[in-house]
Ligand binder design. Structure first.
Ligand code: MSK
Length: 630
């Protein structure tokens, strides 16, 4: 009998409550308290009908005042707010991708950063028409990086990676004026369109939202993912652990948080350095444990097996353990609350990027050129802080689960190919996966993504949706904080196959995979787009015909809105558990939930009842199967 048991959300909550007791002792604030202070939320903001893009307002739409001072109605105001929301997210993801391009441009044989996957680099160079023959790998890396950087500001043409789409899809996007041009241009055009006195036509604003999102998904994010693989290695299945119990009381605990692997990779490198480990011992610790929060955690988990301490709404918990010597952050999804919170403990809150500077932090400017010395200084600082712990405040909840992570597209193709082609050459296609789907052994796939949001019981929606899907033979590919929710629960343990329907269970057994596949961080949703494109090409279909849907049940960030736009822009129906502030306009709601189909074949479904949301997803997958006659 297997001893495997999922960790429940109730157990997560009990662990959090225990940590909040420590917080109360030291007078710490928490997101749980701040939610109470901020509730009820502003109704105008919730419906997206508050406009403050010029100084004549702010204007708010009511039955008595149906137009703002400029005459814009609710539909225009909601539409502009939605486009701004998207542009914020696209800019963040794409700027992350740009940083990775710069890091690739700094790569050198004897430098801080090396090319770890030269094959992938050569493959991308060939795809982009860059001569590879007889070139030094670093010269090639620099040329590819420079070409990538040009994708941000080139004056003509569309994003290069659109050529990865099935035949005809890019042309359709061009015809509908949704194909993304230069990335910065799409962000800039979006902000131009939302300027006072420009667009107020909902259809135009949604179209631009999709275009801007696609510049992120098939531009900035895709380059972020691909070049991170070139620099740090393309992920392969690797074992790790997840939840706060991965922190080790006797060790110096360094927690990396944010998104950009350029920093966290270096921290891991130096934390592993025998000189640093010896120094930690000298300071009274047994060793050094690096663990992660949010997407930077996903990055180092899937390449190095670094354990995952938690996801978005657990970031304060790592400090509340009283055993965190340093929480080291780069960009995005970092609570400014970590500054004052860390002051209640001995924890050093280390900010490293000019993009994310916060009060009550120690700022150590990190750059690709000085990465080694920056990382060493941070690791040393954490070690020297070990002696400042207050033992009476230390409590690490003993909750953790095993997880197998690192399912890049390349890894998925490889594991499935090895099942069907054990005696012959590996073909390197998605055909084995397609056969499973066509035969009905697997009914379809859900791309589960996104954050936590206090509007939804944290992690509950992710976990319950995944459980119901796998029980219905629907495989899950997960990224971002959704992936971490799955890992903390135990759904990325191979033993979780016992929770699957008979078909998916058989596939998990044959391929030796968990039913929820970890695909990486939030920029890595681009991997999901590549997989969908490959599946469609191998099946001779368009992406929107596949029995595949996207789902972000607990999303919260601007990036998630950008992602949602590029997922439906790619042709994948997307199910949201939180409304993107559009309920104030029936016209906007209609376009987003139906109208976009004429351009991309996909649309959003918003349903805050999680039970209903999962049933709607399963229904949509079955509809797609029926339309294909499978
Ligand atoms: S970290 S964007 S909370 S997934 Fe990528 Fe998690 Fe959402 Fe941030």
């Amino acid at each position: 009998m297997s001893e495997f048991k999922l960790t429940t959300v109730e157990e997560f909550e009990a662990a959090t409550n225990r940590l909040l007791e420590t917080g109360a002792k030291v007078g710490a604030d928490s997101w749980q308290m701040r939610v109470k202070n901020q509730t009820p939320h502003c109704k105008f903001g919730e419906q997206g009908i508050c406009c403050r893009i010029c100084s004549m307002g702010p204007c708010r739409i009511t039955p008595k005042a149906p137009r703002g001072i400029c005459g814009c109605d609710a539909h225009g105001i909601v539409g502009r707010n939605y486009l701004k929301f998207t542009a914020g997210g696209a800019s963040a993801h794409s700027d992350h991708g740009r940083e990775i391009c710069h890091t690739l441009h700094c790569a050198a044989e004897d430098g801080n950063y090396k090319v770890k996957d030269p094959e992938k680099l050569i493959r991308i160079a060939k795809e982009w028409g860059i001569e590879t023959e007889g070139k030094d790998i670093y010269a090639l890396a620099h040329e590819v990086a420079e070409t990538g950087l040009m994708e941000y500001g080139k004056p003509f043409g569309y994003q290069r990676f659109l050529d990865r789409m099935p035949e005809g899809q890019k042309e359709k996007l061009i015809e509908d004026e949704i194909a993304p041009r230069a990335i910065d241009r799409e962000v800039s055009s979006s902000l131009h369109m939302t300027h006072m006195g420009c667009s107020s036509l909902p259809e135009a604003l949604v179209k631009q939202s999709i275009r801007c999102g696609l510049a992120d998904g098939w531009g900035g994010s895709m380059m972020g993912t691909e070049f991170s693989d070139v620099l740090f290695g393309t992920p392969k299945p690797i074992d790790t652990e997840a939840n706060l119990g991965v922190m080790v009381e006797e060790n110096v605990n360094i927690v990396v948080h944010g998104h950009d692997p350029s920093l966290s990779e270096m921290i891991c490198e130096y934390a592993d350095d025998p000189e640093m480990i010896a120094y930690a011992k000298e300071m009274g610790a047994k060793g050094i444990t690096v663990s992660g929060v949010c997407c930077t955690s996903n990055e180092v988990a899937m390449r190095r097996g670094i354990p995952m301490a938690g996801n978005f709404l657990q970031q304060e918990n790592v400090v509340l353990t009283g055993a965190c010597e340093a929480i080291v952050v780069d960009v995005q999804c970092i609570f400014p609350a970590l500054g004052p919170l860390s002051k209640c403990f001995h924890t050093k809150f280390v900010t490293t990027s000019p993009i994310a500077q916060m009060p009550d932090s120690e700022f150590i400017r990190f750059s690709a050129e000085t990465a080694g010395e920056n990382a060493k200084a941070i690791v040393k600082m954490a070690i020297e802080n070990f002696k400042n712990r207050k033992p009476e405040l230390v409590h690490i909840p003993q909750l953790k689960q095993k997880a197998t992570v690192g399912y890049s597209v390349e890894a998925i193709v490889k594991v499935l190919d090895s099942v069907t082609n054990s005696q012959v050459d590996v073909t390197g296609t998605t055909k084995p996966l397609l056969e499973c789907i066509t035969s009905g052994v697997i009914r379809g796939a859900v791309a589960m993504v996104g954050c936590n949001n206090p509007k939804i019981r944290p992690d509950y929606a992710h976990i319950e949706l995944m459980k119901k899907c796998i029980a219905n033979d629907i495989i899950i590919i997960a990224s971002g904080c959704s992936a971490q929710a799955a890992a903390k629960a135990g759904l990325m343990d191979k033993s979780a196959k016992d929770l699957c329907g008979a078909g998916l269970k058989r596939v998990c057994e044959l391929a030796d995979i968990p039913p929820v596949l970890h695909m990486g961080s939030c920029v890595d949703i681009s991997r999901m787009m590549i997989l969908a494109a490959e599946l469609a090409k191998d099946a001779g279909l368009q992406i929107h015909q596949l029995p595949v849907v996207g789902c972000a049940p607990e999303w919260m960030s601007e990036k998630a809105v950008s992602i949602g736009n590029y997922v439906i822009g790619t042709g994948i129906d997307t199910f949201l558990g939180v409304d993107p502030y559009v309920s104030g306009s029936d016209q906007m709601a209609q376009i987003l939930t139906e109208g976009t189909r004429k351009w991309t074949g996909a649309a959003f479904t918003v349903e805050t009842d999680i039970e209903k949301l999962v049933d709607l997803m399963i229904e949509r997958i079955e509809e797609k199967r029926a339309a294909l006659g499978i």
